[in-house]
Design a binder for this molecule. Structure first.
Ligand code: DX5
Ligand code: ZN
Length: 223
């Protein structure tokens, strides 16, 4: 399965977005991670429908829309996405996850089930035919710049074993939260293949391009 990196767009410098997008394109970034927060499921607000619309127009890099919103079924139609994009919804936010995941796939996108640090991987048992992967939150969702919840590495390994043993070795595992280089090495070792890069590894002091290259090299992702 291909390793992918997904810059967390909420961590971008909004005043230099065009320049940053050009750097992502030049460096063959696989996905753009978009945190949508509703101030209810998570105690923060972030990116929304108009931002997604603008990004879609501005770049051909596929989007990775992470819906941290209550009742995502009410909002899917407000977002532009389709073939090649990824959309994740949280198990904790809807009474009918199967319906929402199917609706995402019906639009040609990959559907991921996101789980917070306290939701066990087994909640995906009856959704195995409806997902293209799991998004394992490695911090409590809501804010950039947090520390990884220590059980995360073990949880990623359990998620990988769970998917493999249920005939879904093809299903992807995305990790989100404090994906620093040392953490990512362990996350990859445990079976993750999509890495959301925020303040822990990408948006720091060094230029973006330097950080992208360093991450790929040190985590062993290749190009
Ligand atoms: C959580 C967000 C954050 C963030 C990732 O909901 O997705 O995890 O953007 O970046 P850092 O590296 O700051 O944890
Ligand atoms: Zn996210």
């Amino acid at each position: 399965m291909k390793d992918k990196i997904a810059p967390s767009m909420m961590c971008c410098n909004f005043l230099a977005m065009g320049e940053q997008l050009a750097t992502f394109e030049k460096n063959a970034i696989e996905l753009l991670h978009i945190d949508v927060m509703d101030g209810s499921f998570v105690p923060n607000f972030a990116l929304g429908t108009d931002f997604v619309k603008q990004l879609k127009r501005a770049t051909s890099i596929p989007l990775d829309i992470h819906l941290m919103v209550e009742c995502p079924e009410r909002h899917l139609d407000s977002f532009i996405f389709g073939e090649g994009d990824y959309v994740s919804i949280h198990y904790e936010t809807t009474k009918h996850p199967q319906r929402v995941l199917s609706a995402i796939r019906a639009r040609g996108a990959k559907a991921l089930l996101a789980i917070t640090p306290t939701t066990p991987v087994e909640v995906a048992t009856d959704l195995l035919d409806d997902i293209d992967g799991l998004l394992v939150m490695t911090v409590n969702p809501g804010f950039a710049g947090q520390k990884m919840i220590p059980h995360s590495i073990d949880k990623i390994a359990r998620a990988r074993a769970f998917l493999d043993s249920h005939g879904r070795a093809d299903a992807e595992i995305e990790v989100d939260g404090n994906v620093s280089i040392p953490n990512a090495i362990r996350m990859k070792g445990a079976g993750a293949n999509i890495f959301v890069l925020g303040t822990a590894s990408l948006f720091g002091t060094a230029p973006l391009e330097e950080n992208i290259k360093k991450f790929r090299e040190e985590v062993g992702l290749g190009m």
